[in-house]
Design a protein around this ligand. Structure first.
Ligand code: PXP
Length: 252
């Protein structure tokens, strides 16, 4: 049975920090952005503390966790599968920890986690964070082997990477986009049948969110860069309202 029709909208606030860090000061404050997102109806806040601290800083994560605790909104802490990040997650105790691949030279999280190849290290971290009370999610491509490996090592959630879908559509390659969408659909079905909760994210926009939101097993979407870009023109509440409307059009 497919869970519920209401899809959660998680707001990724990393790029408020990107803009702040461009000038080295404290403005704009990603925690103020998270507060505004919550006041505007966000179901969760997502933040990625990268190894190089290029956007979110350690102090931001501490403040975000305090904000999320007091507002009773889940914090989804994105992290690489490293001992340093594991220790931070165990100390901060966010509601959820999403393990993502991380390479220093990449501009953003390109591609999903290799759960099959990194099985032992990832399994260990999943276990430790689950024991510490976090709901652990793995950010993977919609591939059968990765989904099965995620279930085997005890993850609660898989977040399916929608970046390739977004790129194919942006390039006008509709054939490729359809193939990737079909993989997302069958991947979501398989993950759900294995007892995993299914989230999706990366590269989602007003124009491409509909087909992803329409996948019935998808329970949560995590969206950042595009929404923050639109927020510069129309404000964050209006950008979130429009995104919500696009999602609800696809999943009434
Ligand atoms: N989900 C995960 C796991 C991510 O790593 C990211 C990007 O940091 C997102 C969602 C949001 O992607 P975007 O900023 O392209 O909306």
């Amino acid at each position: 049975m497919i869970p519920s029709s209401k899809i959660r909208l998680g707001i990724n606030i990393d790029h408020i920090a990107t803009m702040r860090n461009a000038r080295g000061g404290d403005h704009p404050d990603p925690v103020a952005g998270a507060r505004l997102a919550i006041e505007s109806g966000a179901d969760g806040i997502t933040a990625h503390l990268r190894e190089d601290r290029r956007h979110i800083r350690d102090a931001d994560i501490e403040r975000l966790q305090r904000l999320c605790e007091t507002t009773d909104i889940p914090l989804n802490f994105e992290m690489a599968a490293t001992d340093e990040m594991r220790d931070i997650a165990k100390r901060i105790k966010p509601h959820a920890a999403c393990i993502v691949p991380e390479r220093r030279e990449e501009r953003t999280t390109e591609g999903g986690l290799n759960v099959v190849g990194g099985h032992n290290q990832i399994a260990h971290i999943v276990r430790e964070l689950t024991d510490a009370g976090c709901r652990v999610s793995l950010f993977i491509e919609a591939q059968e082997t990765q989904i099965r490996a995620s279930a085997e090592i005890g993850a609660a959630v898989v977040e399916l990477h929608t970046g390739a879908y977004a790129h194919a559509l942006a390039d006008g390659n509709h054939e490729r986009a359809d193939e990737i969408l079909a993989a997302l659909q069958s991947g979501a079905k398989l993950a759900h049948s294995l007892g995993l909760e299914v989230h999706c994210g990366h590269g989602l926009t007003f124009d491409n969110v509909g087909a992803v939101a329409a996948i019935p097993e998808v329970m949560e979407l995590n969206i950042g860069h595009f929404l923050m870009g639109e927020a510069m023109f129309m404000g964050l509440p209006a950008a979130m309202e429009r995104m919500r409307a696009e999602i609800e059009k696809a999943r009434p």
